[in-house]
Write a protein that binds this ligand. Sequence first.
Ligand code: PGA
Length: 237
Amino acid sequence: LVADMKGLKKGALRLAVVTTAKYFAPRLLGPFCQQYPGIEVSLKVSNRERILERLADNQDDLCILGQPPEELEAESEPFLENPLVVLAPANHPLAGKKKIPLARLAEEPFLLREPGSGTRMAMERLFATHRLKIKVRMELGSNEAIKQAIVGGLGVSVLSRHTLALDAPMGQLAILDVEGFPIERHWYVAWPSGKQLSVVARTFLDYLKQAPKFVSEVPCHHAEQGECPLLPPATVA
Ligand code: PGA
């Protein structure tokens, strides 16, 4: 076992992760690469649709995505929570309101991720289940662009809470307390059914079990939790 740690495990690990996983996947790799210096990791980042294509083509050792693939034969394991939250500018009239009905939210102009995005898919599903139409103000191809557009007053959006890590425009965004939110999702690691996983891939799979330990909660830069605009009142103890 000690020999393992010292780098006896050698080889390549090819990972493909969906866009939103880039907020935590590289951080997860830090301790992994330290523990296994002999493993060389490459990370491909693309949206859900592209990652599914790569999975179908068996192009990577493992994929990370926001929902197990339904369209193709694959095995998958959940390893981390991925709550989707409603984001608005901090000065939005609904900020701070409790239990906002989904129908009320649907009156707001929305900023949507591009077609093929898993985030977009989950949000469209929720609205469709409630027979509500989304008022699309604009489509943007990145989480960062959406956060900036929210601050710019263009509309509201639904994004993974992970997108608030590190580079969020802190203090300028609020999480709205809307019924049905957060949409409770998970991050899954997946590989084609029947694929013979390499020792290196198995090592990483095993390592992912500790993921929650390495992915810290969204930092709140406000002294008092009650003052944190990123937490809806309902979740403030
Ligand atoms: P996306 O995927 O980055 O393609 O939106 C994220 C997810 O499926 O949760």
